[in-house]
Design a protein around this ligand. Structure first.
Ligand code: HGA
Length: 607
């Protein structure tokens, strides 16, 4: 979601702010802006659209202290008036998150004479800090006092024309880190924005506030208690966030999957067995007492959870439920302290998943496991156990390599649980490990289907709707295929377990409704074939992803692509790849903004 960059340095920081925003573009945004401390007044530039436009509009602006922002609107339409920074008197503020008590603050500040010029919740923070400065002239102290009055989630950065050379930042709920160096100090929503100036990062905790100048960093809690936060040297490679020879990040990330899986599975090494310790030192004891699993996630991560449910129940014999995090956190549920909570999130900052995890813990569920792609993220820090997928930075909004590496992690969890429950022989374990090890090669072969899939995509571009079918552990893969297609090509797509077809969606099938089916050669194939006949009989156009040995004949209305290998339990990991490619190429034909689909954001840090 929206991105923040802030800088206090010894030389002109405008290029650093702009470059930082460019690195955060992947998070999704609709407008951008920056403000710097000028010679006589705050200088602010805002624009609706791309950071490149902000860059042109701010050409010639120079300063040593400033803040910048990409906004993904939550309160008020995307327009210049609502774009950040927001100014009140001598101060300017950028904000990521949602202030829940903004209406009462707005009433209070309006009564004091402040005039609101935007519809955002953020503007109330600007006026609140300005009002506080009247009694407490020090910016750091005033922001502390003002933040204590905010309810909701925020990461903010503030500058004051009357206190040049200083940036104050604070976080509660939304991500924010500092980048420290000898020539200046910086803050941003994630490390990729600051690699241009430093590798030395300090991760702020919720409730932290920091003051940055070119030569100093001070961090306290909101009540003023000083805190020491360690400096981490970021291992993120700048090249990992570059596009290289690819046209889009999504394409790059689809093709990085063999490597991402190999890196994620490296933890298994050359061994023939898997130890619980891959989930953390405490895992052996903690998992021994687990009687069931509840997976909490949103979007694509929930689809990896739904797939894992089939594995966990079939292979490990552990009852497993999957719940959409935003639903779970608000319903009254029956707590089970022996249940393992698995929170899955690419960024580890997904607001709903984080809140659902905290809700589970507040109910007394202390057995928690994070499956995330970002080691220093909030979800990882707040779980007892963790597994870090090693997909590398995922920039495209539509998740691809994060999904397949989550599946690999969840399969490892399945094997560990099966061992704990004594349901896995040494031979079975070794065979599964061999299959896992071979996965990168198998994925590579599936990627070779790209040319054939491109031809299919041509036929999709003019369609309004599409139906995805799957059965068993491939039903979640159909869900993921439908989500990918709607996210980036804006073609309306729905997924059904194929057996449900006759209970409703068959009514929609005609020549204008392509039906995409995931049809691996498993025990449900014969049932699925009957479902496909039902579509064919109604004039529907079928696109089937089958295994080499699934005997489904091609005919006028039935197009078949065969995956090179039949992959048993791990087949969902292979079958999602052609669906990713299909969505990608359909979006290319339609000419949509593949990496930044309209209205969507990458790391969903608001509720
Ligand atoms: N609520 C603020 C900031 C939105 C945000 O954090 N987006 O990711 C606004 O609507 O401007």
């Amino acid at each position: 979601m929206c991105g923040i960059v802030a800088a206090a340095a010894g030389n002109n920081i405008v290029p650093v702010l702009v470059e930082g925003l460019k690195k955060l573009e992947y998070r999704g945004y609709d407008s951008a802006g920056l403000a710097v401390i000028g010679a006589n007044a705050i200088e602010r530039v805002r624009s609706v659209g791309r950071v490149a436009e902000l860059e042109s509009a701010s050409a010639g602006t120079q300063a040593v202290t400033g803040i910048a922002h990409t906004r993904w609107a939550t309160h008020g339409v995307p327009c210049e008036r609502n774009a950040h920074p927001h100014i009140s008197g001598s101060i300017a503020v950028v904000h990521n998150g949602i202030i829940e008590n903004y209406e009462s603050l707005r009433r209070e500040l309006t009564a004091k004479g402040y005039v609101f010029t935007s519809e955002t919740d953020t503007e109330s923070i600007a006026h609140l800090i300005e009002a506080t400065l009247k009694a407490e002239p020090d910016l750091f102290a005033a922001v502390q006092i003002a933040c204590r009055r905010l309810v909701g989630a925020y990461a903010i950065a503030v500058i004051d024309q009357r206190q040049p050379g200083k940036v104050v930042v604070a976080r509660e709920g939304s991500p924010l880190l500092l980048g420290v160096s000898e020539t200046g100090n910086y803050a941003a929503s994630d490390a990729s924005a600051l690699l241009q100036v430093t590798r030395h990062m300090v991760y702020l905790e919720n409730g932290d506030i920091a003051e940055l100048t070119a030569g100093s960093v001070k961090i306290t809690r909101l009540d003023g208690t000083p805190v020491d936060r360690p400096v981490h040297v970021s291992q993120l490679s700048a090249a990992a966030v570059e596009l290289g020879n690819y046209q889009h990040y999504m394409q790059k990330e689809i093709f990085e999957q063999p490597e991402a899986l190999a890196n994620t599975l490296e933890i298994v090494g050359g061994s023939k067995t898997i130890q619980p310790g891959i989930f953390g030192a405490e895992a052996g004891n903690l998992l021994a007492d687990v009687d069931s699993i509840l997976i909490l996630a949103c979007g694509t991560s929930s689809h990896s959870g739904y797939t894992a449910r089939y594995w966990l129940e079939a292979i490990a014999g552990v009852p497993c439920n999957v719940e959409i995090a935003s639903e779970y956190r608000y319903r009254t549920s029956v707590a089970n302290p022996r249940q393992l909570i698995v929170a899955i999130s690419q960024s580890g900052e997904t607001a709903d998943t984080l809140a659902a995890l905290r809700h589970a813990k507040s109910l007394g569920q202390q057995k928690t496991l994070a499956i995330c792609n970002v080691p220093e993220s909030a979800i990882v820090r707040e779980c007892a156990l963790r597994f870090i997928t090693r997909a590398g930075p995922e920039i495209g909004v539509a998740s691809t390599k994060a999904f397949t590496t989550q599946l690999a992690a969840l399969f490892l969890l399945t094997l560990v649980m099966a061992k704990v429950k004594q349901r896995l022989s040494a031979e079975q374990e070794a065979a599964y490990i061999d299959q896992l090890r071979h996965l990168p090669v198998a994925v590579h072969k599936v990627l070779e289907l790209e040319e054939a899939i491109k031809a299919w995509a041509q036929r999709f571009a003019d369609k309004q709707h599409a139906l995805f079918l799957g059965r068993g552990r491939h039903y979640p893969i159909a869900l993921e295929g439908a989500l990918k297609l709607k996210e980036i090509s804006y073609i309306h797509a729905e997924a059904y377990p194929a057996g449900e077809l006759k209970h409703g969606p068959l009514a929609l099938v005609d020549a204008n409704m392509p039906v995409i089916s995931v049809a691996p050669n498993d025990q449900l194939l014969d049932k699925l074939k009957s479902n496909l006949r039902e579509v064919e009989a109604r004039g529907g156009e079928l696109y089937v992803f089958a295994d080499a040995d699934s005997e489904i004949p091609e005919s006028a209305g039935v197009h078949i692509l065969r995956l090179p290998e039949h992959y048993g339990e791990l087949s969902p990991i292979l079958h999602v790849i052609p669906l990713q490619l299909l969505s990608y190429h359909a979006a290319l034909v339609k000419g949509t903004d593949v990496d930044k689909p309209r209205n969507l954001a990458k790391s969903v840090t608001v509720e």
